[in-house]
Ligand binder design. Structure first.
Ligand code: FAD
Ligand code: SIN
Length: 536
């Protein structure tokens, strides 16, 4: 059958592509991706992949740094397995053609350092690590006879059904906006690898595809989602009025960059013994606090004391992008502000990407495996994505060899064909703007109960307005994404409101202390009717 495969993968970032290359040795694979195949957060990753690669480093040190930053919520056994798989994952990427930067005059890798790491352990390809990984993995997928890549295909919902009390996933309902076609794509096994949700915030480093689709689809299908309050804000993005934030990698501070106020003060001394290389939540909050105190719009990153040639070689993309904005980073201070960057929570999965729904796997930023806890250590996400994709692929192959799952009895596309054309598009743009602003202003780096309550009461009418539009108009990519963004924003607000303490990335002024007695646990939500239940 044309639309029937052994393995269906939703998403063409590092998680989806790595998984594809392994399962394709055992069956027919389709990767669907909602834009061009390269369009993913992976493609924009700068700093690199954390892995123990030098004789002066150790798995124990990487483990300890990860647990320390994760603020009590990491699952130690999971962190250990992923970290120990690091060197093998790096080798696998190299085998697929990834060219990492080597140390000058040596066989070893050039290793970068980032916030929260006690050692240099970030393997990178200059400051375009993600682009290099995406290029190599996509080339290998395109050359593989068992892999079909369908671009401009957006998954709308998962095909899930119950048989004998067990929930199964058997593919996805998909929309092809170019041909305005609604498709039912069936598969024996389905992997959700749709990345993050940064677009729910007004300012984000994430590309436009990061609208939380996988989290929203899995939630609607009845899967558990966890820890969505832990949204990581990257401390340093180039501040340019009217332009989307451009990331200035933490590796820049790893090479010696210093954060300064407008008056020139190196303020990180006041906040943490690791100064500019303190964990990301601490640096982001420090900047937020300096901006609130001074009333200025930005702080500055200073590289003037570093050799100009070294900066240009180590950070060629950042150098060019800043130059285009009129800033020569070898001479000028870089104006920087924080922006939403990464969601530590996601669809609950075990180390092998297994969810509670049979034959549904999840990997990468969409998943919540217990690797990151309440805060992600820099450059651990590419590592988690590539390692868990390997584990999930092995487990999926085992499932596949067991034979097919029971078939669904009925398959009904979850949206009517003959609905109105998308008119009144202002409803989409208005609601999108309002939602992103609401999240930025009320559910940002520093939270208060008052603002969270206000956000909770405001998100409901926005969600209902988006749903009303969605079900009464012909499908469009914009309405599918906005519906998912509203679901994820609502879940972030609910999770943040539930957690009555400050831990990792959740800093709430009404509860400034860590409360291990009541809150050393995940915030787990599951759909119930049009609402949710907390299962933690
Ligand atoms: P992605 O790479 O985001 O891929 C998701 C894919 O799913 C995309 O192809 C998208 O189009 C597709 N998709 C989404 N929804 C749908 C749908 N409904 N239907 C069909 N397709 C869909 N992490 C590090 O460890 N080191 C770094 O140096 C680093 N730098 C970063 C820099 C930037 C600017 C950003 C934004 C993130 C960075 N991160 C870094 C985080 C890291 O890049 C991501 O967490 C990781 O790449 C996520 O990989 P993924 O495969 O899960 O998702
Ligand atoms: C960066 O290069 O600063 C991003 C690294 C990450 O998000 O892990």
């Amino acid at each position: 059958m044309k639309n029937s495969y052994d393995f269906m993968i939703i998403g063409s970032g590092i998680a989806g592509l790595s998984y594809a290359l392994k399962v394709a040795e055992h069956g027919r694979v389709v990767i669907i991706t909602k834009k061009q195949a390269t369009e993913s957060s992976t493609n924009y990753a700068q700093g690199g992949i954390a892995s123990v690669m030098s004789s002066t480093d150790s798995f124990e040190a990487h483990l300890s740094d990860t647990l320390n930053v994760g603020a009590g919520l990491c699952r130690e056994n999971i962190v250990r397995r992923i970290i120990e798989a690091g060197p093998e994952c790096i080798q696998r990427l190299i085998d697929f053609g990834v060219k990492f930067t080597r140390q000058k005059d040596s066989d070893g890798f050039s290793l970068g350092r980032e916030g929260g790491h006690t050692h240099k352990r970030v393997v990178h390809a200059a400051d375009l690590t993600g682009r290099e990984i995406e290029r190599a993995l996509l080339t290998s997928c395109r050359e593989h006879k068992n892999i079909t890549i369908r671009t401009n295909h957006i998954a709308l919902d998962l095909i899930t059904y119950k048989r004998d009390g067990i929930s199964y996933c058997g593919g996805a309902f998909v929309y092809d906006p170019v041909n305005q076609q609604r498709l039912i794509i069936r598969a024996s096994l389905t992997l959700l690898a749709t990345g993050g949700a940064g677009q729910v915030y007004r300012y984000t480093t994430n590309p436009l595809i990061a609208t939380g689709d996988g989290i929203a689809m899995a939630f609607r299908a009845g899967a558990q989602v966890a820890n969505l309050e832990f949204v990581q804000f990257h401390p340093t993005t180039l501040s340019q009025i009217g332009k989307p934030p451009f990331l200035i990698s933490e590796a820049v501070r790893g090479e010696g960059g210093i954060l300064r106020t407008a008056s020139g003060k190196a303020f990180m001394d006041d906040y943490h013994p690791m100064k500019d290389l303190a964990p990301r939540d601490i640096v982001a909050r420090a900047i937020d606090s300096e901006l609130k105190r001074s009333g200025h719009d930005t702080v500055y990153l200073d590289l003037q004391h570093l050799p100009a040639d070294h900066i240009k070689i180590r950070f060629p993309n950042i150098y060019i992008r800043c130059l285009e904005a009129g800033i020569d980073i070898t001479h000028d201070l870089i104006p920087v502000v924080p922006a939403a960057h990464y969601i530590c929570g996601g669809v609950v999965a075990d180390i092998n990407g297994r969810t509670e729904i049979e034959r549904l796997y999840v990997c990468g930023e969409t998943a919540c495996t217990g690797m990151h806890g309440a805060n992600r250590l820099a450059s651990n996400s590419l590592l988690e994505a590539v390692a868990t994709a390997q584990f999930a692929a092995s487990e999926s192959i085992r499932d596949f060899k067991l034979g097919s799952a029971p078939e669904p009895l009925v398959l009904k596309f979850p949206h009517k064909a003959l609905a109105k054309l998308p008119r009144e598009r202002v409803m989409l743009s208005h609601n999108r703007r309002e939602l992103k602003r609401l999240m930025w202003d009320y559910v940002g780096i520093v939270r208060t109960s008052y603002r969270l309550d206000e956000a909770a009461s405001r998100i409901d009418p926005i969600r209902h307005s988006i749903d009303r539009y969605f079900f009464s108009h012909r499908l469009s990519e914009a309405s599918i994404e906005l519906r998912n963004m509203a679901t994820v924003a609502w879940l972030i607000i609910e999770s943040a409101s539930m957690r009555k303490e400050s831990r990792g990335l959740q800093y709430i002024t009404d509860y400034p202390q860590l409360d291990d007695v009541n809150w050393k646990k995940d915030t787990i939500l599951r759909k119930q009717g049009s609402d949710y239940v907390s299962t933690a």
